[in-house]
Design a protein. Structure first.
Length: 827
RNA sequence: GCCCUGGUGGCGGAAUCGGUAGACGCGUCGGACUUAAAAUCCGGUUGGAGUUAAAUCCAGUGCCAGUUCAAGUCUGGCCCAGGGCACCA
């Protein structure tokens, strides 16, 4: 074994050997239990960033640990390779999105291999390749046939910068998730997936996800936004229309003093009197012009105009006016709101501004309020509510809704905030939506045997204001699969999140050309046992994938209902306290780290300083420190290489004669136990690494006190070093393989069994008894762990220190914690 | 406004059950080796008091209370930081 550590040399060498020998291939047929470890696959943007390095290293260590523990591990990688950056790059540089994407994939693949990740590359999936998007299209057609994909005209989010519509989930604070451009509303006919059909089960099944963090589950719960209430229908006085409203406060129905409809409300023109028409039209035109950000701002002063018409409250017979105001949202509930200013802060503000009346119907009996200063929104008892007076408002909700049901003007209603998923995009670089439009036959799905609908190559990327795909001469015009007449292809492509909603299923059967995946294979490998990725997908990708899994189960394509059993959302990689980004100029290029220190140092460092779920602060000194540590490990092994053999006996407790040898043996067992537990318990790799360091320090200490080694010494040392190599092998993958090989180990260290500890040895030979007086530590005594409670007590009381401090005082009580501590309470 | 997460030395962070606060590392200070430097090795490093040096004592896990023999850990109230949601009726 060489004296010095040359990571660049050994890393390349082993990467090549592993690839040639197929060390990381995953057989489908194995007696071993399966384990599926998955990182969120990357968008091939050009180069890996440190966030990728962190994500993939975490998953890789998990995969290797599970493999050593006897699992048949599936650990695949692929590319989320459709999407706008490729198209934008093509427009800018006159290149082709496909070329740009292929080059990036090639470069990033090289980087992934340099990191020493244990992927089975035979299962690689690339969403922009026809052999993948064929199946994305096929799945779309299955959803279409089930009525889960449909086209409709709706107010949709439009990003002018990206030249396309966006899903609700992709609008962050009224801005585009990708380019930060302000999103506008447009009325367009678009394709949607009916995720709302699954709103209830998506919510309910969150309870099954015990391996997910509460933060992600709560975010999904909020996004789905279930609320329970009632629909009431109000008759219009001036004509025979009805206005239905949704409310979560049916208990306040007697307090209605006006009613608000959204400016986009469908019947608004019929509800407007001729005298009010001009003002209403003006108000609606202004509302249209406003951006979503302005419109949804809660600190904006509320505005509105009266329509001139009125409704009757069927509970009271009272007549109240109709208004339009943009604080009512067209897309939620019925688009109309019953206003109870006494008990709703928003209605209160509005009523105050326009001098609308206010009627108190809920009161706190202890502290009644007239609601003149502010709305009373707390629980209370009903007043001014006819037969419901005196009822607690929670009970009244049910009773009042029941009355509306009995009398035929209302019903119980559960409402969700979740909207259907808008999946069509007016862009080129995506999976074409496989439908055609025929003048005679209407919308026609492309027959399955004609899939994939290939992306055309004859497109002009320099066009502005429309999707490049529309410039293709070969693509748009086609024939109708139904009547054979002329027809036009759908030119919209699918949101990339559709492609990424099923990729984890494809890994189970990546080369299948008959189906997206065989049912037996997908059922065998899924669900994913451990999914690792960024928190930014808490709603987007993770919600869509859950929906896809449930929909595909209902289509009979698979037999499970949740795709990801355990989820680890790793923290961000920061430098100087803020997220690494090109614009801030605080990025660190992984290539430079590989070149200067090697992949093992990068892997060790990215796991060392913070637990995986927390943000990680990059420091150059930290990298340096990890590099030094690996050198130290190398020296430890290489300097004693001739003293290490693989034939050491298995030691039992008390067998070793020399105290220091017994001590080292115990420290190794303590390390095995600690490291195994730290990995098993939420993957606390930072403490795993500190335990590597402790063990290395302990071996150095032991070695420093020895000059000549006898057989017992050599055996203990061999056990310690070989165990260290195994324990470190999931992290320092190349160094440990080289050492394993150089010491004469058989096969690959990565195919060894994970070491086991002996409970009798995984502890110190004696205990340190802590002696407290009144809860404060006063003395520590080395003691035999076999001592009884009484003996421990006697030992503590015999301490000179204790005698001194308790002299002349009254011992009230003595608490003994076995093997640990004695607390003497004195007065 | 609502919801979540976090707050421990100069810094990153440790601390199964309530039981030695500060593991491990970074930084820093001192020492060894060296003609010198680098590398390496050894040692100190929460604050304050104390001492030639030590022993030793006191305080200390965002703040204020509480429970307990014992609280970083449990309970109640508050403050701060980060994140999510938000005219969703």
């Amino acid at each position: 074994m060489k004296d010095a550590y040359f990571p660049q040399e050994i890393e390349k060498k082993w990467q090549k050997i592993w690839e040639e020998k197929g060390v990381f291939k995953t057989p489908d047929d194995s007696e071993k239990p399966k384990y599926y470890a998955l990182s969120m696959f990357p968008y091939p943007s050009g180069k890996l960033h440190m966030g990728h390095v962190r994500n993939y290293t975490i998953t890789d260590v998990i995969a290797r640990f599970k493999k050593m523990n006897g699992y048949n591990v599936l650990h695949p990688m692929g590319w989320d390779s459709f999407g706008l950056p490729a198209e934008n790059a093509a427009m800018k540089h006159g290149a082709n999105p496909e070329t740009w994407t292929d080059e990036n994939i090639a470069y990033m693949t090289k980087q992934l291999k340099m990191l020493g990740l244990s992927y089975d590359w035979d299962r690689e999936v690339t969403t922009c390749k026809p052999d993948y998007y064929k199946w994305t299209q096929w799945l779309f057609l299955q959803l279409y046939k089930k009525g889960l994909a449909y086209k409709k005209e709706a107010a949709v989010n439009w990003c002018e910068e990206c030249g396309t519509v966006l899903a609700n989930e992709q609008v962050i604070d009224g801005k585009c998730w990708r380019c930060d451009h302000v999103v506008e509303k447009k009325y367009l006919s678009q394709w949607f997936l009916k995720i709302t059909d699954y709103a209830e089960v998506l919510l309910e099944d969150l309870d099954k996800l015990t391996g997910w963090g509460d933060n992600v589950k709560i975010m999904q719960e909020n996004w789905i936004g279930k609320s329970q209430g009632a629909i009431f229908r109000f008759k219009v006085v001036e004509n025979d229309l009805e206005v239905p409203v949704y409310t979560t406060r049916p208990d306040t129905v007697h307090g209605i003093t006006y009613l608000v409809v959204a400016p986009e409300y469908k019947d608004i023109e019929k509800l407007t009197t001729p005298e009010n028409k001009e003002a209403v039209e003006l108000y609606r035109a202004n509302a249209r012009k406003m951006t979503e950000i302005e419109r949804l701002s809660t600190d904006r002063v509320k505005t509105g105009v009266p329509l001139g018409t009125h409704c009757i409250n069927p509970f009271t017979g009272e007549k109240f006016p109709l208004w339009t105001a943009d604080y009512a949202l067209a897309e939620y509930g019925t688009g109309a709101v019953m206003a109870v200013p006494a008990h709703d802060t928003r209605d209160f503000d509005f009523a105050k501004k326009y001098n609308l009346p206010l009627k108190v119907v809920i009161q706190n009996p202890e502290n009644p309020s007239d609601c003149k200063e502010e709305a009373y929104t707390e629980p209370g008892v009903l007043v001014n509510s006819n037969e419901f007076n005196g009822m607690k408002n929670e009970e009244a909700k049910k009773a009042i809704t029941q009355k509306s049901v009995d009398e035929g003007f209302g019903e119980f209603k559960t409402q969700y905030r979740l909207r259907d998923w808008l999946v069509s995009r007016q862009r080129y670089w995506g999976a074409p939506i496989p439908v055609v439009y025929c003048e005679k036959c209407g919308i026609q799905p492309v027959p399955e045997d004609q899939l994939p609908v290939m992306l055309p190559k004859d497109v002009d990327f320099s066009v502005v204001g429309k999707s490049p795909i529309t410039t293709s001469k070969t693509f748009v015009n086609t024939t109708c699969p139904c009547c054979g007449g002329p027809a036009k292809r759908e030119t919209d492509t699918m949101d990339t999140f559709v492609c990424s909603s099923w990729y984890y299923l494809r890994y189970s059967d990546a080369k299948n050309d008959k189906l997206p995946f065989a049912k037996d294979k997908v059922n065998k490998w899924l669900p994913v046992d451990q999914y690792v990725g960024g928190i930014e997908h808490a709603i987007l990708h993770l919600l869509y994938s859950r929906f896809f899994t449930k929909a595909l189960r209902d289509l009979g394509l698979l037999d499970f209902d949740e795709p990801f059993k355990n989820l680890l959302t790793q923290g961000m990689v920061l430098k100087d306290g803020s997220k690494m980004s090109k614009s801030k100029g605080n990025t660190v290029d992984p290539d430079e780290i590989f070149e200067n220190y090697g992949a093992d140092t990068a892997r060790l460092f990215i796991l060392s300083d913070s637990p995986p779920a927390r943000d990680f602060d990059w420091s150059d000194a930290g990298v340096e420190g990890c590099y030094k540590f690996l050198n130290r490990v190398w020296r430890l092994i290489s300097s004693d290489a001739e003293n290490i053999n693989f034939n050491y006996p298995k030691f039992a407790a008390g067998e070793l004669k020399k105290k220091d040898n017994d001590n080292l043996l115990r420290l190794v067992h303590i390390a095995i136990k600690g490291i195994t537990n730290d990995i098993s318990n939420d993957f606390q790799f930072n403490t795993v690494i500190s335990k590597y360091r402790e063990l290395v320090n302990a071996i150095y200490d032991w070695r420093g006190k020895k000059s000549d080694l006898d057989d017992e010494d050599r055996n203990v040392l061999s056990f310690a070093i070989i165990t260290l190599i195994k324990l470190m092998s999931p992290v320092a993958v190349h160094l440990t393989e080289e050492a394993w090989h150089e010491l004469g180990g058989e096969g690959s260290v990565h195919e060894q069994e994970w070491p086991m500890w002996d409970d009798n040895l995984a502890k110190a030979s004696s205990i340190t008894l802590v002696v407290q007086i009144n809860g404060k530590v006063k003395d520590k005594i080395e003691a035999d762990e076999a001592l009884s409670e009484d003996e421990l007590k006697a030992l503590a009381l015999s301490s000179a220190k204790v005698k001194e401090l308790t002299a002349g005082k009254n011992i009230v009580k003595t608490i003994v914690v076995p093997k640990k501590l004695v607390n003497i309470v004195v007065k």
